[in-house]
Design a protein around this ligand. Structure first.
Ligand code: TMP
Length: 411
């Protein structure tokens, strides 16, 4: 399974070249046992932004089967906040479908059924599509019908022939994972009913740039989408961007609402967002040069901070073995000498080593049992939930370190 490398934009075919490289990176969810270290898989993490269509993408990506498999360690239900978010999204979808008889909602990348469980509870028929067998099994355990597949135009046509049109197609944090974005858009366009709608939620390029959240860039995020780029791709498949709604999930995301062209009014927010993206230079090479320089500064500041704490004999650990943390540890050269352990709630990660950096992952309870002096917060996007969950850490004199939007000790 070779890494896939491109020279031309995945959306429009224009030549693209990287504006920076993070170097050789492991799979962000490639948590491993010590005996697996010699066969660890790496790829070159180098992003580019297409000057013609504005699609932000990775020049190289490992094969999908290496990333999404029967031991995929990410469960949508692992954060209380995300559970709440999906419950709200489900309620919104159900209320929009209130007048439709026997509506069908299809979710691409249905993971452990966190969203569909609520959609079904609101009276809709549901169908999930999920290639990672372990998370799909959790959804099936909830009684949700799940197709085991990587979604594309063929899968979309197959579902259409078996189940009929979907009144709503939902994809949250998954379109950015699939390199063949045209096959996905074509599949969605096939599947959605002529009067149906599509909701796509993804980490937002604009937030990543504004916050210097470079840790959003890792193997699974082959794209960081914007209103301009998703609108461009979907328009080629007869879908129109009808609304955009910023979300505070995943450190800053965007909800894109689409519909078959001409079937629904376009909210003024779409025009405003496109203008906002132009005004913030999301398509300009200078924006990415400046971003690269901020990444380099962030890296040196974080390294200096950790080195200085080590020099003072402080004990430093990290909190949450997020996918994003693989980019931070490997780009900044942070290893077990800097960080004693990473505490995390996911049992599948316990007893393993973090990808590339090989920092031991321990159960979250270890954090309270052996609190460090400083804790590097890899799940910065869940900061409030975690601070509320770990009040004893601060009360005992512990200090949180963050690196988004800037490196520093949290006051
Ligand atoms: P991500 O959604 O940013 O990739 O992060 C998910 C990881 O963070 C997952 O391994 C669970 C972990 N996590 C904790 O360990 N404790 C927490 O309180 C939260 C919210 C997440």
């Amino acid at each position: 399974m070779a890494n896939e490398r491109i020279r031309a934009c995945r959306a429009c075919g224009a030549p693209v070249s990287p504006f920076m490289t993070f170097g050789r990176m492991p799979l962000a969810n490639g948590f491993l046992l010590p005996d697996q270290v010699p066969s660890e898989c790496f790829f070159e993490l180098s992003p580019a932004c297409c000057e013609r269509c504005g699609l932000f993408q990775l020049m190289e990506q490992p094969a999908a089967e290496r990333m999404f498999h029967g031991a995929y360690p990410f469960y949508s239900s692992s954060s209380v906040r995300m559970q709440r978010h999906f419950a709200e999204l489900a309620a919104g979808i159900a209320s929009r479908l209130a007048g439709v008889s026997d509506p069908l909602v299809v979710e691409i990348g249905s993971n452990d059924g966190t969203l569909l469980r609520h959609v079904r509870g609101a009276g809709c028929r549901v169908l999930g599509i999920e290639p990672a067998e372990n998370v799909a099994a959790v959804a099936r355990g909830l009684g949700i019908d799940v197709v085991s597949a990587f979604f594309d135009d063929r899968v979309g046509a197959d579902i259409l022939s078996r189940h009929g049109h979907a009144h709503a197609v939902v994809a949250a944090n998954v379109i950015c994972h699939i390199a063949n974005i045209h096959a996905v858009a074509a599949g969605i366009a096939h599947l959605v009913a002529p009067d149906g709608f599509v909701i796509i939620e993804e980490p937002y390029l604009g937030d990543m740039i504004a916050k210097t959240a470079y840790d959003q860039i890792y193997d699974e995020h082959v794209f960081m989408l914007s209103a301009r780029s998703i609108g461009y791709v979907c328009a080629q498949h007869g879908l129109e961007l009808t609304d955009v709604v910023p979300q505070d999930t995943h450190g800053g995301s965007m909800r894109y609402v689409l519909a078959p062209a001409g079937s629904a009014p376009i909210h003024p927010r779409v025009i405003e967002r496109l203008a906002h993206e132009r005004a913030h230079g999301l398509g300009e090479p200078e924006t990415y040069d400046a971003f690269r320089m901020r990444c380099e500064r962030s890296r040196s500041t974080l390294r200096e901070l950790l080195l200085s704490l080590r020099g003072q004999g402080k004990r430093v650990a990290a909190y949450a073995a997020t996918s994003k943390s693989a980019t931070v540890t490997n780009y900044c050269g942070i290893g077990p000498a800097d960080i004693a352990y990473i505490a995390d709630t996911t049992p599948l990660k316990h007893g393993k080593l973090s990808p590339g950096a090989h920092i031991p992952i321990v159960p979250a309870a270890e954090f309270a049992r052996h609190p460090p002096d400083y804790a590097l917060l890899f799940a910065w996007n869940h900061a409030q939930e975690i601070f509320a969950k770990e009040p004893a850490f601060r009360a005992g004199g512990g200090k949180w370190i963050t690196y988004v939007p800037q490196v520093g000790v949290v006051a």
